[in-house]
Design a binder for this molecule. Structure first.
Ligand SMILES: [Ca+2]
Ligand SMILES: [Ca+2]
Ligand SMILES: [Ca+2]
Ligand SMILES: [Ca+2]
Length: 310
């Protein structure tokens, strides 16, 4: 007599290894790590059991005959595309006729070591059952997976030229301000060359935006061959600056000129005119016994008194 009974389906349970972090039934793993799980199938009929992972949809997964599961988690193994169906990580045990299936929920952090894993949604890719979490990139990095060097020059922060600092350095470096300006490279303002003493004017300096101008004081004029230097003006060559002095001649000097009274004249007390020297006031000018002194402009004459001759 043959007794037949209906096949009873197997059951399956699992334990993650000690190193896996499991939160609310979901394994949290960093890219580069390996997940190991021991699956335990049992069958009330004592049938031989075979384990499998869902049709090899996910690269890097394997399970041996004892139910020991391995998943080498790399970026390329994840097999989650931006578009298209997201696979579920399913492990199956079959007794030849019936099977039991269990889903392993996995969230992966793939921030290239340059960011913080945002384990809470929104996800970067996939589903809450099998997905990649978003990254909060460290300041020097950007991109979905924090693999790109953030361009510190995007906001054009420099006055002249911006150079991005390569990660892991942050921010940017500004070229120096133009030589005629001063500042930190982000902000450049006109230099006051006159106030800071960096001008090369021989005499007077006047600041301008972007440069400065040289000028000369009275008695000097800008040297056309060297506009920062000043040359003496020869006032004696222009007009007759001593005309008001009368009998005077002009003597140029560096920065000015003087009016010198001609021979026979002397400067008056006010210093503004040449007056005739009254030689006859000096009794020794002519021999008063034999001659008569008479003034002439700029000189004098001794004329013989009656009874005398030269
Ligand atoms: Ca950068
Ligand atoms: Ca200036
Ligand atoms: Ca002069
Ligand atoms: Ca005289």
């Amino acid at each position: 007599m043959i007794i037949t009974t209906a096949n009873r389906a197997p059951t399956i349970t699992y334990e993650t290894n000690q190193t896996s972090t499991v939160v609310e039934g979901t394994i949290r793993v960093m890219v580069g790590q390996t997940i190991n799980i021991q699956f335990n199938g049992s069958d009330a009929d004592g049938d031989a059991l075979t384990y499998s992972v869902n049709n090899n949809e996910i690269s890097g997964t394997s399970i041996n005959g004892s139910g020991y599961f391995t998943f080498v988690v790399t970026s390329s193994n994840l097999n989650i595309n931006v578009s298209g169906d997201v696979p579920n990580l399913l492990v199956q045990v079959i007794d030849g006729l019936a099977s039991a299936v269990v889903e392993v929920k996995v969230l992966v952090c793939d921030c290239a070591g340059n960011g913080t894993c945002l384990w809470d949604r929104p996800l970067q890719l996939g589903t809450p059952s099998y997905g990649v979490v978003s990254c909060q990139c460290n300041p020097a990095y950007t991109g979905l997976r924090c693999t790109e060097d953030e361009d510190g020059c995007v906001t054009n922060p420099c006055f002249v030229r911006c150079t991005d600092n390569p990660a892991p350095a942050t921010n940017f470096t500004c070229a120096p301000c133009p030589s005629n300006m001063t500042g930190d490279g982000m902000t450049c303002v006109d230099r006051d060359e006159c106030a800071e003493g960096s001008h090369n004017c021989a005499q007077n300096c006047t600041n301008t935006v972007g440069s400065f101008n040289c000028s000369c004081g009275d008695g000097y004029t800008i040297n056309p061959q060297s506009p920062n230097t000043c040359t003496n003006v020869n006032e004696c060559l222009t007009g007759s600056p001593c005309a008001s002095f009368g009998a005077a001649s002009c003597m140029d000097n560096d920065g000015s000129f003087s009016c010198m009274c001609n021979s026979g004249y002397q400067m008056n007390a006010q210093g503004d005119a040449c007056q005739d020297i009254l030689e006859c006031n000096n009794t020794s000018t002519c021999n008063t016994t034999t001659s008569q002194c008479s003034e002439t402009p700029g000189s004098y004459q001794c004329s013989c008194k009656t009874g005398y001759q030269k």
